[in-house]
Design a protein. Sequence first.
Length: 248
Amino acid sequence: MILELDCGNSFIKWRVISPGGRERICAGIVDSDDGLFEALAGSGVKVQRCRLVSVRSDAETEQLVTRLKASLGVEVVCAQSSSQVGGVRNGYHDYQRLGLDRWLALLGGYHLGQRACLVVDLGTAVTADFVSADGEHLGGFICPGLPLMRDQLSTHTRRIRYDREVALAALQELEPGRSTAEAVERGCLLMLRGFVAEQLAQARSRFPGGFEVFLTGGDAELVRDAVPEAQVVPDLVFVGLAIACPLS
Ligand SMILES: Nc1ncnc2c1ncn2[C@@H]1O[C@H](COP(=O)(O)OP(=O)(O)OP(=O)(O)O)[C@@H](O)[C@H]1O
Ligand SMILES: CC(C)(CO)[C@@H](O)C(=O)NCCC(=O)O
Ligand SMILES: [K+]
């Protein structure tokens, strides 16, 4: 079995796939390293190999890798920055600065789409990246994701306060809010949808020959009806991880 990890700023997404990579055995989302080891122990699967991508600090990533090696007794392969992989060329001036989750998601998108693509990842941060039909990464955009937008509002104002359950209910529709929770939750979601719509408009003018749109990340579902033509691929980073870190 192969254990795959996507270590983001807020959560670790994990999954276990069959040795050939065709079958997904189990998967989950945890909010800490401890949570990961608990979930793995609970799943009862025997892991033989492990690969991961992390956008955490080098120290945090090394700590997790050390613990994985010790507790599972396996080698751990970490995705690394690269200027070129799988027919895609990194578009950053300094390719090492491009977030590895973005790099893998766009490798995955280009691999699945086989033509120009727009990849939008909606997590703690929201990112959009453009890849041309011939595999040139044209760069992208980063903005705060929904969790950061709402936290900033409540941190920097005195009267914006409401609890999490009210927030979830507020997103059932997008009429102008009649409570603080509705006004903030819907306002932030409209900002996200506006961002995604703008990326789509940019892709249309950049790629007149057509393109694929991929949505991924924990909040992808919240914007999907703003982009009916998009494919929602929750595991897109893992598609790219398999390309960047093939296990022989
Ligand atoms: N089961 C879940 N557990 C946690 N968050 C979830 C879950 N399902 C959906 N989400 C949403 O996913 C968002 C987090 O997205 P995601 O897990 O893609 O990124 P992240 O790890 O926080 O950050 P990064 O962008 O650095 O990967 C949260 O805002 C939350 O609303
Ligand atoms: C933007 C995030 C936080 C998204 O997870 C990550 O890709 C990252 O830390 N990137 C580094 C900065 C950059 O991509 O330019
Ligand atoms: K991510």
